[in-house]
Design a protein around this ligand. Structure first.
Ligand code: UD1
Ligand code: MG
Length: 452
């Protein structure tokens, strides 16, 4: 890592009209995390690294997301969209502080990696005034073209302003740039708007750097890394690229993915060693899976921590706030939410466990339901260690089941059950000797009479 200080300015003022959504473009998710969060995560971190995000007016939700992801980042509002250079200058106050390197990135380009930012900064250390991230575009239409003389970057020509000859160039501007920090403001202030769209183009920095007799260079990367998101189809493509990366990283870390292409991961999923994930599992944000756990097919898991050697599913739904101890077994058609289930406990079939604390080694039979909501408020269910809840029991919260207590099947439990007590809440059973035989005879006679 370089010891140079840096300021990263992320441009996120766009409306994103082509997303056809009320959500600001940079807040759309890829792998369970906003486009903007991906860029903020990849931008330089740590001592000497500062961040500024340029947002549109009325984009409070974007400002909130910035604060959530990088509390140290400053936000600046670009009141009018007059072009990318104009957008960068909305952060003038931060730029004027004069970090060694000024990095500019786009908030809608989520696949960029931290390594690429580092590679882009390296030429500045060797005296270049500007380094531009370039890529070979399969279809360069619409992109700014990088015009080179030998290794020297001479200019960037926007598609609309490019000649027929220049349009043949496939080396394109990814939009990410690194400026020598102390010269950045001087360069940016020289950018004018004499072009076909009348905008202040950041790309004009290259020609200005040349006029100043300074060096500009290109650092190349793959097209996949710099895909910009403008519509839902591109959002889906970025998701596919990100999922492929996440699956590969999981496999490299030793996770067994039996059918990797059917498993959906989140950018922040954390795995222990020897984790197995069966086909068709969806993992949302905030999931941690400890050593030796097995996630069976068709499970859906969000904001959950799973203990060592736990077994989940098939067909389990683990919702936010679920915390499962070591060796916990969650079976088919079980839903959990805001539930702590301690080590060795079993909830094997057809249950809902919400707003609950379940003690170690307890057993919740098939069809156990925590009735946590009274239509107005949520209430808590506490189940002690080693308790046994018989099948088809309803636990009407707030309610406490003591340690080692036993609940008879089919009970509706509305009162606390002391430790080691047995609670049975159902009508006494009534057996009538010969009743079934008499009933059959009566019905058969009635049928015979009707059929005449
Ligand atoms: C830009 C580049 C182009 C490059 C392409 C890569 C310029 C002039 N052109 O073109 O060379 O090949 O990206 O995708 O830089 N933004 C603002 N305020 C503004 C204008 C833009 O915040 O006033 C933000 C947008 O929200 C977006 C980014 O800057 O995140 C880029 O703007 P966009 O209009 O998408 O530029 P392109 O035409 O794609
Ligand atoms: Mg764009």
């Amino acid at each position: 890592m370089t010891a140079r200080s840096s300021l990263t300015v992320v441009l996120a003022a766009g409306e994103g009209t082509r997303m056809r959504s009320s959500l600001p473009k940079v807040l759309h998710p890829v792998a369970g995390q906003s486009l903007l969060a991906h860029v903020l995560d990849a931008a330089p971190h740590g001592a000497g690294a500062s961040l500024a995000v340029v947002i549109g007016p009325d984009h409070k939700a974007v400002a909130d997301e910035v604060k959530r992801v990088r509390a140290d980042a400053a936000t600046f509002v670009q009141a009018e969209r007059l072009g990318t250079a104009h957008a960068v200058l909305a952060a003038r106050e931060a730029i004027a502080r004069g970090a060694d390197d000024l990095l500019v990135a786009f908030g809608d380009t989520p696949l960029i990696s931290a390594e690429t930012f580092a590679r882009l900064r390296a030429p500045l250390e060797k005296g270049a005034a500007l380094a531009v991230l370039g890529f070979r575009a399969a279809d360069p239409t619409g992109y700014g073209r990088l015009l080179l003389e030998g290794d020297h970057l001479m200019a960037i020509r926007e598609h609309a302003d490019a000649s027929a000859e220049e349009r043949k160039v496939t080396l394109c501007n990814a939009g990410v740039m690194a400026f020598e920090g102390r010269r950045a403001l001087e360069i940016l202030d020289r950018i004018g708007n004499a072009n076909s769209k009348g905008e202040y183009y950041l790309v004009d920095a290259v020609a200005i750097v040349r006029e100043m007799g300074l060096e500009a260079v290109v650092i190349e990367t793959s097209e996949d890394e710099v895909r910009g998101i403008n519509n839902k189809a591109q959002l889906a493509e970025a998701e596919a690229v990100m999922q492929a990366r996440l699956r590969q990283a999981a496999l490299d870390a030793g996770v067994t993915l039996i059918a990797p292409e059917t498993v959906h991961l989140a950018a922040d999923t954390k795995f222990g060693s020897d984790v197995t994930i069966e086909p068709f599992v969806v993992i949302g944000p905030g999931v941690t899976i400890a050593d030796g756990a097995v996630i069976h097919s068709f499970s859906h898991i969000v904001q959950t921590s799973i203990g060592k050697k736990a077994s989940i599913g098939p067909y389990a739904r683990l919702r936010p706030g679920t915390s499962l101890g070591d060796g916990v077994r969650i079976g088919n058609f079980v839903e959990t939410k805001a539930a702590t289930i301690e080590a060795g406990a079993k909830v094997n079939h057809l249950s809902y466990v919400g707003d609950a604390h379940v003690g170690a080694n307890s057993n919740l039979g098939a069809g156990t339901i925590t009735c946590n909501y009274d239509g107005f408020f949520k209430h808590k269910t506490t189940i002690g260690e080693g308790a046994f809840v018989g099948t088809n029991s309803s636990l009407v919260a707030p309610v406490k089941i003591g340690k080692g207590a036993y609940i008879g099947s089919g009970s509706v439990i509305t009162k606390d059950v002391p430790d080691d007590a047995m609670a049975v809440e159902r009508s006494p059973q009534n057996n009538r000797d010969g009743g079934a035989a008499r009933y059959r005879e009566m019905k058969m006679r009635a049928k015979a009479a009707k059929e005449g």
